[in-house]
Design a protein around this ligand. Structure first.
Ligand code: 1CP
Length: 341
């Protein structure tokens, strides 16, 4: 499997590529299948999860499938009242803001994500042998931000206020979310995923010092608890150029890099022999053939420089998710270029 080879320091048969949000609105076949079904409902339907997970792999020939799910799925499975609202994202019915709210948070029983593990079994039965299935979870900080804010946020005002003003409460909340994340990832690993990605998408809102004191111990526990399984562990966040070393130090095998930091610079920052994943700007897929060709060539060159500088390998990806307006043809073309250049 090219993705596993790149993650573990072997020479891949071809350059592995997949895209965050490769399943989703950029695909006409996804829009059709989701037309009359809610997002959360879809995430708990194994047949749909299997079909939607495989759609981008069939169409684009990516080297990995990422499980079609969402970071709030384990919270919903545990019993948190929330919805995923089209055009907005996760919305929490009763935001978690007080000691009583934190104490009342449910725990996750692995059986509650049985639909997800059933879907993984189906996907593995259909996925070609040289392609990896990536499982994932939201990191405790990013999950906490949705629970506390009640939905998407630009400032993370309430989240950071709890962190600073009530550190004990904060760490209790993070402890509970860490337990949920570990249970969710262990269930996916037991069901057979080939690699996992921990999405700490919004960690870039924090200074390195705050990340290390208030977040890293919890994310480190997630990585430690799944280490024994031996599947590559990818760690990703947006705008985390200043946190790359801290996010690697928690125990990642592969570090995700967004478009703000060149891959070879990223590997110098992490000071560890991990693989790098990234880092095309998602808007490159909207900018036409000449730009696409130039930017793909640049990222491939940066990946080689990163390997020369000590990276274990390079998994090609975007710096964040495929934008919904992206023409599906541009994604297919990017994969072709990445495999041929
Ligand atoms: O193809 C894939 O990548 C798999 C599907 C996937 C993944 C990995 C979805 C489907 N969600 C996620 C993870 C996820 N969910 C993250 C981490 C990745 C990232 O940084 O983008 C985050 C932050 C969320 C939360 C979320 N869910 C948002 C972002 C809201 C915000 O704060 O800006 C949104 C818009 C959703 C809904 C969602 N999740 C996935 C899809 C296809 C959609 C859109 C659903 C719809 O309206 O139809």
């Amino acid at each position: 499997m090219p993705l596993l080879a790149a993650a573990t320091g072997q020479t891949p048969a071809r350059r592995p590529v997949w895209f965050m949000r490769q399943a989703g609105r950029s695909l006409p076949e996804y829009r059709e299948i989701r037309a009359d079904r809610g997002m959360l409902e879809s995430c708990f339907d194994p047949d749909l999860v299997c079909e939607i997970t495989l759609q981008p792999v069939r169409r684009h020939d990516t080297d990995a499938a990422i499980l079609f799910s969402d970071i709030v799925v384990p919270l919903r499975a545990a019993g948190v009242d929330l919805d995923i609202v089209a055009g907005t994202g996760p919305v929490i019915a009763q935001p978690v803001r007080t000691a009583a709210d934190v104490a009342a948070l449910p725990r996750l029983d692995a059986e509650a994500v049985g639909a997800v593990t059933a879907a993984i079994g189906q996907i593995l039965g259909e996925l070609p042998e040289n392609k990896a299935l990536i499982g994932f979870a939201g990191a405790p900080f990013t999950l906490a931000s949705y629970l506390i804010e009640g939905g998407p946020s630009r400032t993370y005002q309430r989240t950071k206020t709890m962190m600073l003003a009530e550190p004990e409460l904060w760490h209790r909340l993070m402890g509970t979310l860490t337990d949920i994340t570990i249970t969710f990832l262990q269930a996916q690993i037991a069901a057979g995923v080939d690699a996992v990605q921990l999405f700490d998408s919004w960690a870039g809102a924090l200074s390195e010092e705050t990340y290390r004191s208030h977040v890293a111990p919890h994310s480190a526990r997630v990585f430690a608890e799944i280490a024994e399984a031996g599947v590559p562990r990818i760690h990703f966040g947006v705008g985390t150029g200043e946190l790359l070393k801290a996010m690697t130090d928690v125990g990642a095998d592969v570090i995700g890099v967004d478009w703000r930091v060149p891959l070879d610079e990223a590997v110098r920052r992490v000071e560890a022999p991990v693989a790098v994943q990234g880092n095309l700007d998602p808007t490159v897929l909207l900018a036409g053939e000449d730009v696409l060709r130039r930017e793909v060539a640049r990222v491939l060159r940066d990946g080689e420089k990163a390997i020369d500088a000590g990276a274990r390998g390079h998994i090609v990806n975007l710096g964040h998710g495929v934008l919904p307006d992206t023409p599906a043809e541009a994604v297919t073309r990017a994969v072709e270029l990445i495999h041929s250049l």
